[in-house]
Design a protein around this ligand. Structure first.
Ligand code: NAD
Length: 256
């Protein structure tokens, strides 16, 4: 039986790379996005996909999305809660409507989609993978809403893993470091990009495909005894402490 993944935010960036990798693995994919034109354009390039236009933060649209997924493909083996928005602003100046906009997609969306798909996932003993961020593991400037939402996603992963484990469903989380996507381009100026390079031991941004590899692994049978975990896919960003760039430069000089 061909397996089915539901990927939210599936029409570009990490979600599209994940969709493409599932297809290479022989799965069918329900691509979910609120950006109808971009969703239809991306889906038109692919086979074995079902595009569903829906906003993950609206309960009625989430219920319709799961119903359309089941009507179209008959089963759900994996749910990837990838849809996310990033708004960076200083804590004191963050407007309440911006705070709510981030929470609605990043936190409410993960909650609603997981709840709505749980029944179908129980039938297949399937898996959920939530996409958090390095910003949910480490605090940084300008991320009071984004970082807090992603820390919530990391904890929500454990909450769902504990309860859904009883129904055979695994729930894990991937926390990407900076990845070159439209989302990152919108919030990372050139000087921020070079500062990131300094702080990341592997000295570069990640590629969407590298995040997809971790997501698809956690959805697969290869991860059959892993649940409730957060895997940072970040070039070592989470492992590194203060002073790393200077130390690295000293070491490079010493090695010359
Ligand atoms: P992106 O902006 O390129 O794509 C996100 C997609 O989600 C878009 O197609 C958008 O239309 C869709 N979307 C947003 N809100 C939605 C909603 N409410 N309902 C349905 N669809 C919605 O983003 P990306 O860079 O590919 O990021 C994907 C995920 O990875 C996000 O959760 C993001 O927070 C996380 N992440 C990204 C980076 C990075 O550097 N790019 C780093 C860490 C974590």
């Amino acid at each position: 039986m061909q397996k089915v993944a539901v990927v939210t935010g599936g029409c570009r960036g990490i979600g599209l790379a994940t969709t493409e990798l599932f297809l290479e693995m022989g799965w069918r994919v329900v691509m979910v996005d609120r950006d109808g034109p971009e969703l239809r354009a991306a889906a038109a390039q692919l086979e074995n996909v079902l595009p569903v236009e829906a906003d993950v933060s609206i309960p009625e649209q989430v219920d319709r999305m799961v119903a359309e997924a089941l009507a179209g493909f008959g089963r759900i083996d994996a749910l990837v809660n990838n849809a996310g928005v990033a708004l960076f602003s200083r804590a004191e100046g963050t407007r309440f409507e911006d705070w709510r906009e981030v929470m609605e997609t990043n936190l409410d969306g993960v909650f609603l989609c997981t709840q709505a798909a749980a029944g179908a996932l129980a039938e297949t003993r399937g898996a959920v993978v939530n996409i958090a961020s390095i910003s949910g593991l480490r605090a940084s400037t300008l991320r009071v809403a984004y970082g807090t939402s992603k820390a919530g996603v990391i904890h929500m992963t454990k909450q769902f893993a504990v309860e859904l484990g009883e129904r055979g469903i695994r729930v894990n989380c991937v926390a990407p470091g900076p990845v070159r996507t439209k989302l990152a381009a919108a919030v990372h100026a050139p000087e921020i990009i070079s500062a990131y390079y300094d702080a990341i031991p592997l000295n570069r941004y990640g590629e969407a495909r590298e995040i997809a590899e971790a997501i698809c692994f956690l959805c697969s049978e290869k991860a059959s005894f892993i649940t409730g975990q957060t895997l940072a896919v970040d070039g070592g960003f989470d492992a590194a402490g203060v002073g790393l760039p200077a130390l690295r430069r000293d070491a490079a000089v010493a090695a010359d």
